[in-house]
Structure formats: C-alpha cells, structure tokens
Design a protein around this ligand. Structure first.
Ligand code: NAD
Length: 287
C-alpha cells in the first residue's frame, strides 16, 4: 500500500458527519458510495450536499460544473456489499462500540484485502474497534469535525497495530481533500476532544452553578477569549445526543478521573430532548 492514493471511498452513515466526509472526498475527485441503514438518510444527505454546493456557487467559491460533478460522484449504496470494491471505507454511524465492532466484522468479510477501514468515532477506542477485526493493521481513526467542509482539521488515529501504510494513505487523502491532518496515538478523546473537555465541561459547571447565563458565557468566550464559538453554541451544533456519550466515554476511559467528570445538567437536558439545532431547541431556539 506504500505511496498509494485512494480513489474509491465508501462512507457508512449519512448523517451530519458522513455527508460532510462524502462531500469533501467527492470534491477532491474520489468516487464515493454512501450507505445508511435508514434509506431516506442517503437522499437527505445528497440534498444537503447539493444545498451546500449551491451556496458555494452563489458565493463564487466554485463553478456550477464543479458542483454538479461533485454531487454526481456521490452515489447511494443499497447494501454494504455494494461497496466491496472501495479502497477505503469510513464509518460515521452511531457512537456505540459494539455496533461499530459488528460493522467492521461484517465489512471484513466483503472488502478487498487492501481496503482501509476507518472510523470517525469521537471518543471510542480505535484500538477496541480494531481488536474486533482480523486484520487490525488496516484499521485507523479518521476523525473529522463538524461541519466537515469548513473545519479543515482531521485527526488520523494510530492504534497500536495500525500499519504505517494505513496512516500514510489517510494522511495523503486528508491533504488531498484540503484538510490538515494531525497524526496521534489512540487515547481517550484523542487530542481535540481531550483538550476540549475543559472548555465544555467548565462552561456547563459555570451554568449549573448559576454563575452566568449561557448566552453571556458564550459571548465572553467568543468575543473576549477569541474562540470561534462559545461552549453552548458548540454543544447545540454538535447535539447533546453526540456530546453527552463523548463526555461519559472519556470519563470512563480515564477510570473515572474527576478532571473529566461530566456535568449532570447535560444528561438531564439530553433526556428532555433538548438536543440542540437538530431538535430545534437546545440552549438556544432554532426556528
Ligand atoms: P448522525 O446521527 O447525524 O448520523 C448517524 C447516521 O448513521 C444516521 O443517519 C443513522 O441512520 C446511521 N446509522 C446508524 N447506525 C448505522 C449502521 N449500523 N449502519 C449504517 N448506518 C447507521 O451522527 P453524526 O453526528 O454524523 O455522528 C456520526 C459519528 O461521527 C459518531 O461516531 C460521532 O461520534 C462521530 N462524530 C460526530 C461529530 C459531530 O460533531 N456530530 C464530530 C466528530 C465525530
């Protein structure tokens, strides 16, 4: 696999992240197959990509021809088997270890021997996902940030048995899709979600202790501390259904270390369905 340039990509999970990964790969010229267990999700994802590309055309960032060609390179896959000729399969499905392990086991039975299997997990152990596979050398983390076309950083996560060729191919493709790749060893939360714990958790603590309103905390961190968005704007963008399991997973993987202890307010709001933008109501309201 040395020096290899991946051209055929399969994306499994057509939600917020999967559709973004499909978009940047297609924009870089790769052919992309998109699969989701919820059939309407793939059509929705293609519509969302089409909408984003149209906004890019309107703003003069790309031509109509390039937008059309990018969208045409994203094709639906009806079954996992349909993606057996891909050189890279990346999953962005639900954040549950057993579900991801089961998916990778199924994929190994159908894919080419040199196909890379990548996970976009935010907080699960890439090592544990790879351990479920017969060939862990081909398994790595490829962790993007939301929204993928605009957040041009990606973490390439090397588990203990991930091969150097797998890492090289992912770094090469990351660069080709216009992202800056950082290579990190597998550890809970990798680099960004580990370092970012303080930002979100301390923000939630300040809110729980009624030190200030969420909008005030966001404004201070955005306008005075130089962050692009405040913790509550970020939580609403990500969705508590994604971020609460991330907080709990990192805390558990560090054996309950108090530094990573989640704030109960986040789980309470998750249970109440106040997920953020995706449910129309989070810390802010979305009409
Ligand atoms: P999402 O809920 O928007 O999308 C997940 C999609 O996966 C859904 O369309 C669902 O139908 C599909 N799915 C679920 N189980 C499946 C299966 N077994 N096979 C095929 N499709 C399946 O979620 P998301 O926000 O896109 O997150 C996906 C992954 O990316 C998670 O692992 C998450 O931790 C990670 N991630 C999320 C963010 C973020 O900010 N949202 C950032 C980085 C990484």
């Amino acid at each position: 696999m040395m020096g290899r340039e991946v051209q055929r990509v399969g994306v499994i999970g057509a939600g917020a992240m999967g559709r973004g990964i499909a978009q940047v790969c297609a924009a870089a010229g790769c052919s992309v197959q998109l699969f989701d267990t919820a059939k309407e999700a793939v059509a929705r994802a293609r519509d969302a990509v089409g909408g984003d590309l149209a906004r890019g055309v309107a703003k003069g960032r790309l031509s109509q021809e390039d937008a059309d060609a990018t969208l045409a390179r994203i094709q639906p896959a009806n079954e996992l088997r349909d993606m057996s000729d891909c050189e890279l399969l990346v999953e962005a499905i639900v954040e549950k270890l057993e579900v991801k392990q089961q998916l990778f086991r199924e994929l190994e039975a159908t894919v080419r021997p040199d196909c890379i299997l990548a996970t976009n997990t935010s907080s699960l152990s890439v090592t544990a996902i790879a351990a479920a596979c017969e060939h862990p050398g081909r398994v790595a983390g490829w962790h993007f940030f939301n929204p993928v076309p605009r957040m041009r950083l990606v973490e390439v996560i090397q588990a203990p048995r991930t091969s150097a060729e797998t890492v090289e191919a992912l770094v090469e493709l990351s660069t080709r899709v216009g992202h800056r790749a950082i290579v990190a060893s597998d550890s809970p939360g990798f680099v960004v979600n580990h370092a970012g714990r303080a930002f979100v958790t301390e923000g939630l603590k300040l809110l729980s202790e009624c030190v200030a309103e969420h909008s005030m905390l966001d404004a201070i961190l955005r306008n005075c501390a130089g962050f692009r968005m405040g913790p509550f704007e970020l939580l609403d963008l990500t969705g508590l259904d994604v971020s609460v399991p991330v907080m709990e997973s990192i805390h558990a993987q560090y054996y309950g270390d108090d530094r990573y202890r989640p704030v109960t307010l986040a789980r309470t709001r998750l249970m109440a369905g106040l997920l953020g933008r995706k449910s129309g109501q989070g810390f802010y309201s979305y009409g």
